[in-house]
Design a protein around this ligand. Structure first.
Ligand code: CTP
Length: 402
C-alpha cells in the first residue's frame, strides 16, 4: 500500500537501534509518506540529526526552541499535524515517561498533545524488556490505546541473545501500511449501533432496567470509528465517559424511543449492530403520580416491548448486515442459533454468563460468534476492545460483504 499523503511523526530515542531509524525513514519516504522526525537528546549519541534530516528531507526537531531552524517548535501543532505518531526505537526511559505523563522534552510533550494513533517499537536488552516494570509500562500504554510493536528476538548489542531487538524496519513498515489500510476499511460505510440498557418508566421517579453498562457497544463503536466508518449510536442511559462528538450520537431511555430512533436511520445503514440490552417488557401504564406504598403487595401489568432487531430484521435489504447479541443462561448454543435465524442476523455474538471475566459491567468478555453461514469462532477472555476487533474482523467472512 502506498503511504502517499500520510503524515508520520517519527520519534527516535536513545538506543543502539536508533541506526535502524535511518532505514525506517528511507522506507517510509520511499512509500510516499511525509516524515517529520523528533529526536530525544540521547538519540543523537547514536545517530546524527544530519543523517535523519537528509533522509526525511526535513529539519530534525529535538528541542522546544532554537533548533537548527531557529524557530519555536510547537508540540501541539506537531501533535495535530500527524496521522500517526511512531516512536522507533523507544527506550525504557521514554516508555516510562509516556506511561506517566512526564513531559520534559519535545518528544514527550508531543506525545501528550498527539490526537493521532501512537505506535511504539521498544528496543532494549532482554532482561530489561522482561522486567515487570517495563512490562507493566507497556501494558499501561496499551490501555491508553497505543499500539505496541513487540520487540523481536535475536542477537542483542550486549552480546546476549533473546527478545529485545527493535522490530525490523521492514516489519514496522508492514505494520504502518496495514494500520492505514485498516483505517480505510469501512470508509464510506454507515454503521448503526444500539447499546446500553433501556429504562421503562413505572411512575415519574421509578423505572425497570438491567445491568448493561454499554461497554461492549461502545468498544464496537470505537472499533468501527477507527476503521473509517461513520458511526451512528443509539444509547440507553449509561455512565461511561464518552467523546460523543466523534459519533452521530443519540441518547434514548425506553425501548420505544430506541426503536423509533433506529427505525428512522435503518434504511440508510450498511451495518446494524444490536448490542443494547433492551427490556423485554414495559409497564402497561405509567402511573401519572409516584406510586404510594398503600398495599402489602403490588402488581404491575407489563406488556411486551417492540423487538427492535426482529422488526428491523424483517426490513433488512440484501446488502445490509445485521449483527446481534445473545445472553443465555441455559442451552446457550441452541438458543443463540435460534435467535440468529429468528432475528435474521448475519451473525450473532453469544456472551457467556458462566465464565468468570465475562458479562455485564466488566471490562473483559468471552464470546462465541456464530455466522448464518455456519462458520463459528470462539474467543478467549479478552478486553472488550479486543472482542470488538474480533467481531469487526468477522465481517469480512459475511458473504454480502465480499
Ligand atoms: N433485541 C432487540 N430488541 C428487543 C430485545 C432484544 O433489539 N426488544 C436484540 C438485542 O439487542 C440482541 C438480541 O435482540 O441483539 C437478542 O437479545 P436477547 O435479550 O438475548 O433476546 P430476546 O429476544 O429478548 O430473548 P429472551 O429474552 O427470551 O432470551
Amino acid at each position: 500500500m502506498s503511504l502517499k499523503g500520510k503524515k508520520i511523526l517519527l520519534g527516535v530515542t536513545g538506543s543502539i537501534a536508533a541506526y535502524k531509524s535511518a532505514i525506517l525513514t528511507r522506507l517510509l519516504v520511499k512509500e510516499g509518506a511525509e516524515v517529520q522526525i523528533i529526536m530525544s537528546a540521547s538519540a543523537s549519541d547514536f545517530i546524527t540529526p544530519l543523517t535523519l534530516s537528509t533522509l526525511s528531507k526535513k529539519p530534525v526537531l529535538s528541542r522546544f526552541q532554537k533548533d537548527e531552524t531557529g524557530v519555536w517548535n510547537n508540540h501541539v501543532e506537531l501533535g495535530l499535524w500527524a496521522d500517526l505518531f511512531l516512536v522507533a526505537p523507544i527506550s525504557a526511559n521514554t516508555l516510562a515517561k509516556f506511561a506517566n505523563g512526564i513531559c520534559d522534552n519535545l518528544l514527550s510533550a508531543t506525545y501528550l498533545s498527539a490526537r493521532c494513533p501512537v505506535m511504539v517499537a521498544p528496543a532494549m536488552d532482554l532482561d530489561m524488556y522482561q522486567h515487570p516494570a517495563v512490562q507493566s509500562t507497556i501494558q499501561r500504554l496499551e490501555s491508553f490505546g497505543n499500539i505496541i510493536l513487540d520487540a523481536e528476538s535475536g542477537e542483542l548489542a550486549s552480546g546476549l541473545s533473546g527478545q529485545g531487538r527493535m522490530m525490523e524496519p521492514e516489519h514496522i513498515l508492514a505494520k504502518v501500511e496495514s494500520f492505514f489500510a485498516s483505517k480505510a476499511e469501512f470508509k464510506g460505510k454507515k454503521v448503526l449501533i444500539t447499546m446500553g440498557p433501556t429504562q421503562e418508566a413505572l411512575d415519574p421517579v421509578r423505572y425497570i432496567s438491567n445491568h448493561s453498562s454499554g461497554k461492549m457497544g461502545l468498544a464496537l463503536a470505537e472499533a468501527f470509528l477507527s476503521r473509517g466508518a461513520e458511526v451512528f449510536v443509539i444509547s440507553g442511559p449509561i455512565s461511561l465517559k464518552v467523546n460523543k462528538g466523534s459519533f452521530r450520537w443519540q441518547d434514548v431511555k425506553s425501548a420505544k424511543e430506541m426503536y423509533e430512533a433506529a427505525s428512522e436511520l435503518h434504511s440508510q445503514m450498511d451495518i446494524c449492530i444490536f448490542a443494547a440490552a433492551v427490556a423485554d417488557y414495559t409497564p402497561a401504564e405509567i402511573a401519572p403520580e409516584k406510586i404510594k406504598k398503600n398495599d402489602v403487595t403490588l402488581s404491575i401489568d407489563l406488556v411486551k416491548n417492540v423487538d427492535i432487531a426482529t422488526n428491523l430484521g424483517a426490513r433488512k435489504k440484501q446488502n445490509q448486515i445485521h449483527i446481534g447479541f445473545a445472553l443465555e443462561t441455559e442451552k446457550e448454543f441452541d438458543n443463540a442459533q435460534r435467535k440468529l435465524i429468528k432475528k435474521n442476523f448475519d451473525l450473532i455474538v453469544l456472551n457467556s454468563m458462566k465464565e468468570s471475566g465475562a458479562g455485564f459491567q466488566l471490562d473483559t468478555n468471552k464470546v462465541h460468534i456464530f455466522h448464518a453461514s455456519g462458520l463459528s469462532v470462539e474467543s478467549e477472555i479478552l478486553p472488550k476492545s479486543q472482542i470488538a476487533t474480533l467481531i469487526v474482523d468477522q465481517i469480512k467472512n459475511i458473504p454480502v460483504w465480499v
